[in-house]
Structures are given as C-alpha cells and as structure tokens.
Write a protein of this length. Sequence first.
Length: 40
Amino acid sequence: MARAAEGNHELAAAIIVITTLMAAVTTNIGIFVLQAGGWI
C-alpha cells in the first residue's frame, strides 16, 4: 500500500515489524505486572 502511494515502503515495513515486536514485549510485561500486583 505504501509502495502504491509512492511512499517509503521500507520504512513502513520497519515500523510494522517494530510495533509488532514491541506489542509482544509490552503485553508480557503488562501481564507480569498485573500478576505481581495480584490483580489477575
């Protein structure tokens, strides 16, 4: 889609990869914090 719009498709792909990896990390951290706090 970024390539079709003549945008920076490599940057768009890098952003998608980084946000996906960070979502996995922050989800695990959030679950750990909630468990440590006794909320779940």
